[in-house]
Design a protein around this ligand. Sequence first.
Ligand code: C5P
Length: 301
Amino acid sequence: MSVTVRVPAKVNVQLAVGGARPDGFHDLANVFLAVGLYDEVTVTPADRLRVTCSGPDAGQVPLDRTNLAARAALILAERYGRDPAVHLHIDKDIPVAGGMAGGSADGAGALLACDTLWGTGASREELLAICAELGSDVPFSLVGGAALGTGRGERLTALETGSVFHWVFAMAGRGLSTPAVFREFDRLAESAGRSIPAPVASAGLLTALAKGDPDALAATVSNDLEPAALSLFPELADTLAAGRAAGALAALVSGSGPTTAFLVRDAASATKVADALLASGTCRTARTASGPAEGARVLAG
Ligand code: C5P
């Protein structure tokens, strides 16, 4: 018997970052929107725990116990007295090390898949607590939709969205390490002698989301990690410029990058902007997707 779970990618429509905390993390006001690019995680009983991966970026995915899918299975098995001897297969469509929570999606997907296979009876709260142990973005991968994440991003409040928002995502030729981008954020703030205010969600942005107004959302999106991502990956400025020139309403780095995200008015504009981005030669590939998308879900076997 196998269980397959589908899990969405995310874009941060606002990522407000505070100063480094004593535990090394940063306090965030993180407005997540799940978008319709998905990984699928399939769990099957096996003689030992192993992870395999398919998809265009499969070669870059670690298959050892550092993979969040493997860690999710191990934590759940330990907590509920199950044997973690399972084969986890990840069919990967979310870019690797791209700032779209691909690794987090696999952690949340494996957790829900193993929970379903083993029938642990864990509550939603218990699953969310394990997600938070796995990583700051993992709880959001489980719930999907739109949410404000506070703390290090793991404490979620669901948000209303008045309609579907259309996006184009430009994938870069290499990844960026999230810890490296946060370190660069700290370095830039320190060298500018800037004190970092406490992160706060923008009221205008939350209203734009609730109204489903793409122009108002475009005027309010922001990402405090963008200067750090651009500092480590300066060519991303060309991708952002190409998307703006093609008519995107807003262009920003997705999370810690290097994927760039372009908000557009409708599905037709998405196709046009994606074609222009590809033709510009400033990205490896460009994909269209809309959000909010639903969170991790067991697919009918
Ligand atoms: O929580 P997660 O394991 O995804 O975080 C990866 C890394 O990103 C952390 O080790 C930390 O360096 C950085 N991070 C941070 N503040 C956050 C979330 C992540 O500094 N709120």
